[in-house]
Design a protein around this ligand. Structure first.
Ligand code: HL5
Ligand code: SIN
Ligand code: MN
Length: 264
């Protein structure tokens, strides 16, 4: 899979790009089965919703399960991301946001890079997010919503963000835009919520403003979000880094793996 000049231009202009039907149903099913196994083991990489029980996010499945390890090296994800970044890449972060049926909670409006800059010392906003739809994404189950072109605004500084990030996952709530900022931004940046069948891939820039609503539907919206970072923009260690399930420490350039998923 190679992005066309048009697709690349569209990514650079909008800050996101949807590639439909990148993975087959049997492949997303295999990934969901692996996810079900992975989420059985308790630990700090599991994040719950406000009820303290329901799964909200799970981090770093690629460090525990062969299928996810292969996924981060598939040509279908790594190829487009490498074209966009124009550099060798490693995995900065991989998470699956579970957004469960009847109540998967919202993700506040935010930009990603500012969080990784402050918490992890990432030197520049050169990350490429690659989101894989593990379920059909519709207007009903809380699609990610972008402000088109807002990645070109640079970093929207937050006066209120915490200084000490400790070792935890950071919920975008801590970096959220204010209602007044949002109301102003939408005058120039249209809201778009790319939707599509499971197996779709949504590429998005680490500076684009995004968020998503509560899932009030009977359909889960499991979304795998893989963040690649250029090897040349790996963070220099300062202080105590956040744990490896949040911030990848292996900065070796990823090489494409062509092994099919049904050979696991
Ligand atoms: N939860 C991530 C982290 O690194 C940050 C957010 O959407 C990504 C902003 O802890
Ligand atoms: C994110 O901000 O990375 C997650 C948004 C979502 O899962 O809806
Ligand atoms: Mn985000």
């Amino acid at each position: 899979m190679k992005l066309t000049e048009e697709q690349l231009a569209s990514y650079h202009n909008d800050g996101f790009l949807l590639l439909e039907n990148a993975f087959r149903d049997d492949e997303t099913e295999a990934l969901c089965a692996a996810l079900a196994e992975d989420q059985r083991v308790a630990g700090p990489r599991l994040i719950t919703e406000n009820d303290g029980v329901t799964l909200r996010s799970i981090y770093a499945s690629h460090t525990r399960h062969l299928l996810f390890e292969r996924l981060v090296r598939t040509e279908r994800l790594l190829g487009p991301a490498r074209q966009i970044a124009g550099d060798d890449l490693y995995v900065h972060q991989l998470k699956i946001n579970a957004k469960q049926a009847f109540g998967g909670e919202q993700w506040a409006w935010h930009q990603d890079y500012i969080v990784w800059r402050d918490a992890d010392n990432l030197p520049e906003p050169s990350q490429v997010n690659v989101a894989l739809f593990l379920d059909d994404v519709t207007e009903f189950n809380g699609p990610v919503i972008f402000l088109r072109g807002s990645h070109r605004l640079g970093t929207l500084e937050r006066g209120t963000a915490p200084r000490d990030h400790g070792t935890a996952h950071i919920d975008p709530d801590a970096y959220s835009l204010t209602p007044a900022e949002l109301a102003d931004l939408v005058k120039r940046h249209e809201m778009v919520g790319p939707k599509g069948a499971r197996g779709g891939v949504l590429l998005f820039h680490s500076q684009i403003v995004h968020g998503s609503g509560t899932n009030v539907s009977p359909f889960a919206r499991r979304l795998l979000i893989l963040t690649y970072n250029p090897v040349s923009a790996a963070p220099r260690p300062v202080g105590t880094p956040r744990p490896e399930h949040l911030v990848g420490r292996d900065h070796t350039p990823l090489v494409v793996d062509r092994t099919p998923f049904d050979r696991v």
